[in-house]
Design a protein around this ligand. Structure first.
Ligand code: FNR
Length: 208
């Protein structure tokens, strides 16, 4: 039944030449970040009608509730950029078994002012990437805890804990691990279907 609904929605979207836009939030600011490289790989592996674009978070000052009445322009621009997209893809390292502060800061900024969260109802997915073999499992699940509260319907399967990522890219940042490419291709196909189902049920009809 769900499969039937998914393919009907995909057919409808295809016939309308609709493009799905996905905001990608990368949890590392490092120049040679493995997570950023993985975000680029995910963009190239996504289905044709699914366009991924990184929304930068390194420029965001630390969240301070005192500024809600008159927020810094970069917070406003960030909120607009996220709001304008159909879905969310978090690609994050693990810092001390949790999410890096820079990503948590972006999540907090997007969640306020109270009642105006830009995350609310947007379908999402999480990829964690680490040179270690655990693949950032702790960060992946810690992030999911916030996403439950923020009402982001987050894809459960397939999971993506990408371990051993230190050897996954060539000198030009191209993904060279065939197994990871296979997994991420399936992941993006599943996520595209997930978005089709969940944006229909979470967006008001007038905004479609
Ligand atoms: C790490 N790293 C790390 N790795 C991990 O698998 N589990 C962890 O808990 C931590 N903790 C941690 C804390 C801090 C402060 C740093 C700087 C690093 C290592 C981390 O996975 C590694 O540096 C990755 O390369 C970071 O991702 P990017 O920057 O390559 O995308």
């Amino acid at each position: 039944m769900v499969e039937h609904l998914r393919s009907a929605l995909a057919r409808e979207r295809g016939s309308m030449n609709e493009v799905t836009t996905v905001a990608v939030l990368v949890g590392s600011l490092r120049k040679d970040s493995l997570n950023r490289k993985m975000a680029h790989a995910l963009a190239s592996l996504a289905p044709m009608d699914c366009k991924l674009a990184i929304v930068e978070i390194g420029q965001l000052s630390l969240y301070n509730q005192d500024l809600d009445a008159d927020p810094p322009p970069e917070w406003v621009a960030f909120r607009h950029a996220v709001k304008a997209t159909d879905a969310l893809l978090f690609v994050t390292p693990e810092y001390n078994r949790s999410v890096p502060g820079v990503l948590k800061n972006a999540i907090d900024i997007g969640s306020r002012p109270y009642g105006q969260s830009v995350w609310d109802g947007k379908p999402g997915a999480v990829v964690s990437v680490s040179p270690s073999l655990l693949g950032g499992f702790g960060a992946n699940h810690h992030l999911r805890q916030s996403l439950v509260f923020l009402n982001v319907p987050t894809m459960q399967q397939p999971e993506a804990y990408i371990g051993g990522a230190g050897s996954s890219f060539d000198a030009d940042g191209k993904l060279i691990n065939d197994k990871t490419r296979e997994l991420l291709t399936a992941f993006m196909a599943a996520f595209s279907s997930w978005i089709d189902v969940h944006r229909t049920t979470t967006k008001p009809p007038s905004s479609k």
